[in-house]
Write a protein that binds this ligand. Structure first.
Ligand code: 3H9
Length: 703
């Protein structure tokens, strides 16, 4: 069956793209469009042509899979479609619903006219895949929308809604009723007009201030640190001003070609498909419907509980939040209010919306008030004893079929589920990241007995909260924190061996991490690990390797940013870490204590020793089945731990280094250092020996 339908509606030919699910420009689609244009132009009865999408939207752009696959020899491409439109004596009208994204918008802009339904989106999201638009988007959008809005759309990649697209001149008419009817009427009208039809390429560009390009580079410098694509987008739009249309298109094409083959783009395309794959849980039927969650409950109104309650309300689910004392409850509600007020102040929410959200949060000091909740998340103090006590109490008050989740970051949720034996099919984990109302990641911890329906419902709730839920198995620290132990551990160990904290953090920041590991430890609070170490021992924290300096810092009351001193010193009102000679002395003491020879570190060794444990532990987690796929691990790190998305996550990145190289280094470090996190993973060994990547492994497992 042709991917592009051809129908005659009186004097108008309608070309319908039928390439579900999103009408990407896969092989066959450009060919079908070109054939349709030729056929319509060869038919004297036809006066105008409408291009429309079947199904959910117009066209979602190029078929992203084909940036890693050979395009079939001789198949038509965007170039051919655009040439066919521009050469067509009969007007071509794009009729847009759903989405016109990337090459979809480029196709529409190469038509003579565009009509749209009010709910549709248009955008050039290519930058999110690591390259600029490559089918003339950077040359046509500024001609239609004006330079500044076009630059903004192309550099951010964010789509805009139809009314804004109409106001900017990207589309010619908003159709309120049936799109096809409206498009046919529009086309009939244009078909009767004499003379040629306007081509976007012939519109002039007005540039009042060439400084906008430099200003844009400065504006994005921080956000786009380490990336090429956003700057490539600016270069392309700049070419639209500097060059004539054809030369601009060629310049765009050259830059696009350079970017599309880059590691950055490969990584970002990996992330795109990883996010789609994360929704799928092998063994669970695709059509298993989530349960209805009409009311929710949150236990604990601390920072996490408050953030989680906000997430429920933001998803349109009223929530009751319960605390032990009125004072703690008031404090928690105050923080929620302050958070919403900050969003209002930034113009991202209206006062009415804020009032509506606050009205949907019911504060209470009575656990019994959770009795009508369909889902309850506990976010109380992180010890097994407290969690078990809380679950036993929930058992008394919760509806029999309520989903009960624990927001633990480490604990064994199977053990928690055992405290409510009749309900264990309803118990699982939801590990949110702080601040819970902001951070996108939520690890959904699948307990042994949780039902598929409750798991699917929890994943669905996560998505409705606009989060990225990732399934993880029950193991200490789940995916993210389990791997983090190797990362933090190795950073602290290197300090004892002579690496300066600032050197380690500078290397990791340079790699693209949001912050270096020691600065993160200072931010999170050194006392957290210290108290865990004290709890694990006889009340004193053991001076294991990697813990010595941190233990001494905590004994001195240096808990990190909150006490203005930790691995670094922080001046009043500043978050900028300044190195401290006292820490160097503690590190020297540690070396003496452990009998280590202090030495200088290369940037490369710092990088390997921080990142290879992530890969090694990640491989174990994968082999044990505690992560469904390597790409899930990548998403956890990108969305919960400040790992740069443009590097694709630690498992993808390891593939770009070569798993053989990574494995050999892991073995060498294990030999010289011996720590558990260096114990070579059997899976890593196998993949290295078979010259595979983790993506190959995911494909192998997906069958
Ligand atoms: C481009 O156009 C370059 C140009 O400048 C020209 C250069 C020469 N290709 O997201 P969903 C799949 S670059 C292939 O869950 P939704 C997706 O993997 C492109 N596949 O649906 C998933 O597959 P599966 C610029 C694609 O309703 C299924 O469709 N365009 C593509 O939540 C459903 O996807 C973009 O970046 C694609 N282009 O959201 C737009 N798009 O079911 C990318 C989707 O096997 N797409 N798939 O997992 C999107 O943003 C969203 O998919 C969209 C629908 C908003 C369209």
């Amino acid at each position: 069956m042709s991917l592009v339908g051809y129908d005659k509606h009186g004097s108008v030919a309608v070309l319908t793209v039928n390439n579900p699910p999103v009408n990407a420009m896969s092989p066959g689609v450009p060919k079908g469009i070109c054939e349709g244009i030729a056929r319509a132009n060869g038919d004297d009865e036809i006066k105008a042509i409408v291009l429309i999408g079947g199904g959910r939207g117009f066209i979602a752009g190029a078929d992203i899979r084909y940036f890693s696959l050979p395009w079939p020899e001789g198949e038509e491409t965007f170039k051919h479609i655009i040439a066919a439109f521009e050469a067509s004596p009969k007007p071509v009208i794009a009729a847009i619903h759903g989405h016109a994204l990337g090459g979809g918008l480029e196709t529409a802009m190469a038509c003579h006219y565009r009509v749209i339904v009010p709910t549709a989106n248009v955008g050039q999201p290519e930058v999110k895949l690591g390259f600029p638009p490559g089918a003339g988007g950077t040359q046509r959008l500024p001609r239609l929308a004006g330079l500044v809005p076009a630059l903004d759309m192309i550099v951010t990649g964010n789509p805009i809604k139809a009314p804004k697209a109409a106001a900017l001149g990207i589309v010619d008419q908003v159709i309120e009723g049936d799109l096809l009817d409206g498009a046919l009427a529009f086309a009939k009208d244009k078909g009767t007009q004499d003379g040629g039809h306007r081509r976007t390429r012939d519109i002039g560009i007005v540039c009042e201030d060439k400084g906008i390009f430099e200003a844009k580079r400065k504006e994005i410098a921080r956000r786009a640190r380490g990336m090429r694509a956003p700057f490539a987008c600016i270069e392309c739009v700049e070419a639209a001003v500097e060059l004539d249309f054809d030369a601009g298109v060629k310049r765009e094409r050259d830059i696009f070609t350079e970017c599309v083959t880059s590691d950055e783009s490969k990584a970002m395309r990996h992330v795109f498909f990883a996010e789609r794959a994360a929704n799928k849980i092998p063994g669970i039927a695709k059509d298993l419907k989530p349960r209805t969650i009409a009311k929710a409950g949150v236990l604990g109104a601390g920072t996490m509980g408050g953030g989680i309650a906000m997430n429920f309300v933001n998803a349109g689910i009223p929530v009751t939040i319960v605390e032990q004392s009125q004072e703690a409850l008031d404090r928690g509600m105050g923080i929620i209010e302050k958070n919403y007020a900050a969003t209002v102040a930034k113009g991202r929410m209206s006062q009415e919306q804020m009032d509506g959200c606050m009205a949907h949060i019911t504060p209470s000091v009575e656990m019994a008030d959770l009795g009508d909740a369909d889902m309850i998340i506990e976010a109380v103090f992180e010890t097994m004893a407290v969690k078990k006590e809380v679950f036993a109490k929930l058992d008394q008050v919760a509806k029999p079929d309520a989903i009960l989740t624990s927001n633990t970051s480490y604990l064994n949720i199977n053990e928690i589920a055992e405290t409510v034996p009749g309900r264990d099919g309803h118990v699982l984990g939801t590990h949110f990241f702080s601040p819970a109302n902001v951070m996108r990641l939520v690890e959904v911890v699948r307990t042994d007995n949780v039902s598929d329906e409750n798991l699917v419902t929890t994943m669905d709730i996560g998505r409705r909260m606009r989060k990225l839920p990732i399934v993880t198995g029950v193991c200490h620290g789940f995916i993210g924190n389990r791997m983090l132990e190797g990362y933090f551990g190795e950073a602290s160990i290197m300090v004892e061996e002579g690496a300066r904290p600032l050197h380690i953090d500078t290397v990791m920041f340079g790699y693209g991490m949001a912050m270096g590991p020691l600065a993160v430890m200072d931010l999170a609070g050194l006392d957290i690990g210290w108290s865990k170490r004290k709890d694990a021992g006889d009340g004193t924290a053991a001076d294991d390797r990697g813990a010595y300096v941190s233990n001494r810092l905590c004994e001195m009351g240096r808990f990190g940013q909150k006490s203005k001193r930790g691995y670094y010193i922080y001046e009043e009102g500043s978050r900028k870490p300044a190195p401290d000679a006292e820490v160097d002395q503690l590190a020297a003491d540690a070396a003496k204590h452990f009998g280590l020879e202090r030495r200088d570190f290369t940037d490369q060794e710092i990088l390997e020793r921080c990142l290879y444990p992530l890969v090694n532990i990640g491989a174990d987690i994968l082999a044990e089945g505690h992560a469904l796929r390597a790409s899930d691990i990548d998403l956890v790190y990108i969305n919960g731990y400040g790992y740069p998305g443009w590097r694709g996550g630690p498992m993808h990145w390891a593939g770009s280094v070569g798993l053989k190289t990574v494995y050999e280094k892991v073995c060498a470090y294990h030999e010289s250092l011996g720590f558990d996190h260096w114990k070579p993973s059997a899976l890593l060994k196998r993949l290295a020996e078979e010259n595979m990547t983790f993506e190959d492994y995911d494909k192998e497992n997906a069958g």
